[in-house]
Write a protein that binds this ligand. Structure first.
Ligand SMILES: NC(=O)c1ccc[n+]([C@@H]2O[C@H](COP(=O)([O-])OP(=O)(O)OC[C@H]3O[C@@H](n4cnc5c(N)ncnc54)[C@H](OP(=O)(O)O)[C@@H]3O)[C@@H](O)[C@H]2O)c1
Length: 345
């Protein structure tokens, strides 16, 4: 590499005072040691977490001057002498937490783009054990591949982790963001029916026409959407819920749930006026209420296998350039998206 090529552009968040404070730096391209790989980053995907990290509302540790963003897809351009699982030219995605190979999350200390540096840069060195190879025959674009990392694994864990849905069951997803739209695609491919809730009739029409949502409910015009979900399921209730609202929506989720159903607690988007009695609600429905913490590399491998084997199109709303980072964050902030917001290099 020439001297110029040994440098790269890296974005850092100096303080958690908003995404507009993110700044670029010129830094050396790192070299991989024996068990590491050097990745040329091709695409990044944004999550609500990145927005929360930037503005200081993320409830877990964040390192000072962090390189933001947890989700990247890229190409291996160099590998350490002991690496034999991937090689130069391979397309890969990098696991959210490089220390978590399988099983439950051990802690919140190693997620990219928060407690450790993420991928809003041109090149990154990671342990070879953190990457998952994309099958050569995969036709997915780089932004779609990057979108598998956080929301993809989170929904895979929620739907097919230790407690799994079954084909033919009914799943309700809250909202039309990255988590919900990824869950919709996975559920439909697996043979589940899907109810989507949203604050926007236009978005609901779009997800029915484009992604085949079976039923839709506007949670703004139908605040008692739990009862509506019961009606749509002949009074039986839904088998599983992707709970993105958290404390502010779980009362309706418990209403909508079938006896013995699963509530996968993923997000914290809605705050209640009065906290409902979740314990009594869960008891009365015999519910499984399960907190989801992204997921291990094992889930990323399973997800990549499923998505690539079935040629599933992960819903990407809009792709920005590497010099449009502020615009990408602003688009996520606007809430106008359906699916993922990405950056391509
Ligand atoms: N636990 C984990 O491991 C994990 C992993 C990934 C994400 N998350 C969390 O999951 C949540 C969703 O993430 P995301 O990346 O999908 O966010 P996103 O792309 O920004 O989408 C959020 C969507 O949620 C919907 N929404 C907002 N308030 C709502 C409410 N009160 N009731 C129902 N829906 C509501 C909106 O849909 P409409 O515009 O259609 O109304 C919005 O577009 C966030 O809280 C995020 O932090 C957690």
């Amino acid at each position: 590499m020439s001297n110029q090529q040994k440098q790269q552009t890296v974005y850092r968040l100096p303080k958690q005072v908003g995404y507009r404070s993110i700044q670029t730096h010129t830094e050396p391209i790192p070299e991989p040691t024996k068990h590491e790989v050097l990745i040329k980053i091709k695409a990044l995907s944004l999550n609500y977490r990145d927005f929360a990290i930037a503005n200081g509302t993320y409830p877990f540790p964040v390192k000072p001057d962090v390189v933001p963003l947890s989700d990247c897809a890229g190409e291996i351009i160099d590998a350490g002498s002991a690496v034999d699982t991937v090689r130069k030219g391979d397309k890969v995605v990098v696991s959210f937490d490089p220390t978590n190979q399988y099983g439950p999350q051990k802690n919140w200390h190693h997620g990219h783009g928060g407690p450790i540096d993420g991928f809003l840069r041109e090149y990154a060195v990671v342990p070879a054990t953190a990457v998952v190879k994309i099958p050569e025959e995969s036709k997915l674009g780089w932004p779609q591949l990057a979108s598998l990392v956080c929301t993809g694994v989170t929904t895979w864990n929620a739907l097919f982790g230790p407690v799994s849905v079954k084909p033919g069951q009914v799943v309700l997803v809250q909202g039309t963001g990255g988590v919900s739209m990824t869950a919709l695609i996975l559920c439909k491919a697996f043979g589940c029916s899907v109810i989507v809730t949203s604050s926007s009739d236009d978005k609901l029409q779009f997800v029915q026409e484009k992604y085949g949502a079976d039923h839709v409910i506007n949670y703004r015009t139908t605040p008692a959407w739990g009862k509506e979900a019961l009606k749509l399921t002949n009074g039986e209730g839904v088998d599983a819920i992707i709970e993105n609202g958290g404390a502010g929506t779980i009362e309706q989720s418990l209403e909508a749930l079938k006896m013995g159903g699963l509530i996968a607690i993923i997000g914290f988007l809605a705050k209640p006026d009065v906290m409902p009695d979740v314990a009594l609600g869960a008891l009365s429905k015999g519910a499984i209420v399960r907190g989801i913490t992204v997921g291990a590399k094992q889930y990323l491998e399973e997800l990549v296998t499923f998505v690539c084997a079935r040629g599933l199109e992960i819903p990407v709303d809009k792709v920005f350039r590497f010099d449009q980072v502020q615009e990408a964050y602003a688009h996520l902030e606007s809430g106008s998206h359906v699916g993922k917001v990405c950056i391509e290099l």
